[in-house]
Write a protein that binds this ligand. Structure first.
Ligand code: SAH
Length: 209
């Protein structure tokens, strides 16, 4: 998967590629066999959520130019797959996940794999995690109509953010960099994420029966 879907496309960041080589994706997608787990597509994570597509995770990590000293805020931890990849290339990951059972499973998976440089809390990620701010990088893994202001506020000088911004079903990946008091913004690529739920995203989830 790494050679075919990441290096074979435009992922050249060696630390990112190396992280993917070390993380067994099947452990994050309950019920997916090895064939499925290494296809470049999202997988069910349970509770109506998805384990992100490997290429888009790699693309976001590369866009953030993560390095070993970085403290990273992750919104929408989900399965923890992206969390562990970031933990391998950065100094520390602070994850916020709205659904308690997913947060608990993510924590267990990372601990079982011997990863300790992370914390995951349950809550609405639109407020960020102010107690540990500022962050060198912020990665948003759920679609929002606009980047929630607290996330931009919690960026360190020189800090970078990526987020899927747009409609509920289709978005564009937006990149921000904070330089002094200015915010530089650019659009990277079209994408499709599950919605950010809450006042800054979309209202309550529809109940699936
Ligand atoms: N990168 C994750 C993607 C998970 S999907 C992975 O690979 O597993 C997006 C996640 O965002 C879901 O787990 C969903 O529950 C969570 N989410 C949705 N709205 C949220 C909010 N307001 N705050 C925190 N997490 C939220």
């Amino acid at each position: 998967m790494v050679e075919r879907d990441l290096a074979g496309r435009d992922i050249g960041d060696r630390a990112v590629l190396e992280a993917f080589r070390h993380v067994p994706r099947e452990l994050f997608a309950p019920g997916a066999g090895p064939e499925e787990a290494y296809g470049d597509h999202p997988l069910p994570a349970g509770f109506g959520q998805t384990v992100s597509q490997p290429y888009i995770i790699a693309f976001m990590m590369q866009a953030l130019s993560l390095s070993s000293g970085d403290r990273v805020l992750e919104i929408g931890t989900g399965s923890g797959y992206q969390t562990i990849l970031i933990a391998r290339v950065a100094d520390f990951v602070y994850g916020v996940e709205r659904l308690a059972p997913l947060a608990r499973m993510a924590r267990e998976r990372l601990k079982n794999l011997g990863v300790e440089n992370f914390r995951v809390r349950v809550g609405d990620g639109a407020g960020g995690w102010p107690e540990n701010a500022p962050y060198d990088a912020v990665i948003v893994s759920a679609a929002c109509p606009a980047v929630p202001a607290p996330l931009l506020e919690q960026l360190a000088p020189g800090g970078r953010l990526v987020a899927p911004v747009g409609g509920r079903w289709e978005q564009e990946l937006v990149f921000y960099r904070k330089t002094g008091r200015r915010l530089e913004r650019k659009f990277l690529v079209g994408c499709r994420f599950v919605p950010l739920i809450g006042p800054a995203g979309w209202g309550e989830e529809e109940k699936t029966t």
